[in-house]
Design a protein around this ligand. Structure first.
Ligand code: AMP
Ligand code: MN
Ligand code: MN
Length: 319
């Protein structure tokens, strides 16, 4: 197994990054790794670099240390740790530091990850990147502040320990983490379930305007740019919509998309299990997991739905 501390021993500068539009697992793994490495190596320059996390993640200690706006003139890091990202283009603006780093370490659990980086710990079966960080840590060096973001990441990527990506190892890891005594119930409530008024309005709208097809096996909805501008909504406002669509009785695949540029959509797919949506997302240059995947595509809502429904039909026919 990758020996993280040994690999970083001689590195003075370390960047830690994750994917664009960071979710709970991305933020949790970046912050858990950051707090751990900062504790073990207080003399090193260690920089967490991802897009600004949503406000509910401010319970994580050190969250303000995240660097979001990268200065022109690229420092060459001794090591770049890339987390929760199936390919280097997912690092967004931080990708340049991946390109220039002397050593790259990739830790990820996306089934669509084909393997990249100098050193890797990639396990497509793992619940979350946070679970993988817990595998790699010297647990005797952990503390409550480090455990909390790692717990958040596991909770978010497993839908509160509900999805099929949960294994006995996941639960053992969670058992160890909550042993640190943070208020895990409050954390789930405030980072996972709680919605802003705007998020609930977007959810309501997306549910009402959704369409079903293929005998109710598929459901799709969208929020376009005009609506986003009217409500002042950004991607954070759509958190959880695709999961809620998936809960519709009879649905195998849920599709939610929002317009990132005129006639260009960020598409989220969720499957109940029969359809491998990672395969579909990968076909359109995205990625993800068998039951949760995404990609970006040009076209109208209906063009995109047509494209995806062909791919879904092929898989359902095979079943
Ligand atoms: P989302 O629908 O954005 O919540 O993403 C679901 C899963 O698919 C997450 O694990 C994402 O990291 C992954 N994913 C989403 N969009 C992309 C993309 N464009 N490329 C690769 N992976 C993606
Ligand atoms: Mn993620
Ligand atoms: Mn993840």
């Amino acid at each position: 197994m990758l020996d993280l501390l040994k690999e970083l021993k001689d590195c003075d500068t370390v960047a830690i990054s994750g994917h664009v539009r960071p979710d709970g697992d991305c933020i949790g793994s970046v912050m858990g790794t950051y707090l751990y490495l900062r504790k073990v190596f207080p003399e090193k320059t260690i920089i967490p670099m991802i897009e600004k996390p949503a406000p509910e993640f401010s319970v994580i200690s050190g969250i303000d240390d995240i660097v979001t706006d990268f200065q022109p003139g690229v420092p060459r890091f001794d090591a770049f740790i890339g987390l929760d990202s199936s390919s280097p283009d997912r690092y967004g603006d931080a990708g340049i530091y991946f390109e220039t780093a002397k050593k790259t370490i990739v830790i990820d659990h996306h089934i669509s990850n084909e393997g990249f980086g100098d050193l890797r710990y990639i396990d497509g079966e793992a619940s979350s990147t946070c679970e993988l960080i817990c595998d790699l840590m010297d647990r005797s060096l952990a503390d409550k502040e480090i455990a909390m973001p790692l717990y958040i990441g596991i909770i978010h990527d497993t839908g509160v320990l509900q999805y099929s990506n949960v294994s006995p190892k996941t639960l053992n890891t969670v058992a160890w983490l909550i042993g640190y005594g943070f208020d895990f119930s409050k954390i789930i409530e405030e980072t996972f379930y709680e919605r802003t008024r705007l998020q609930n309005e977007m959810l309501g709208r997306a549910l009402i305007e959704s369409i079903t097809f293929m005998d109710g096996k598929c459901i799709a909805s969208k929020i376009d740019k005009k609506t986003m501008e009217f409500y002042g909504a950004d991607s954070h406002a759509f958190e959880g919509i695709v999961n809620q669509l998936r809960f519709t009785k009879g649905v195998e695949v849920a599709i939610f998309m929002y317009e990132v540029e005129s006639m260009e959509y960020k598409v989220s797919l969720r499957s109940r299990g029969l359809v491998d949506v990672a395969k579909i997302a990968k076909f359109y240059d995205g990625g993800g997991h068998a039951r949760a995947a995404g990609f970006t595509m040009k076209g109208t809502f209906y063009d995109i739905v047509n494209n995806i429904s062909d791919s879904i039909a092929i898989q359902l026919d095979e079943e």
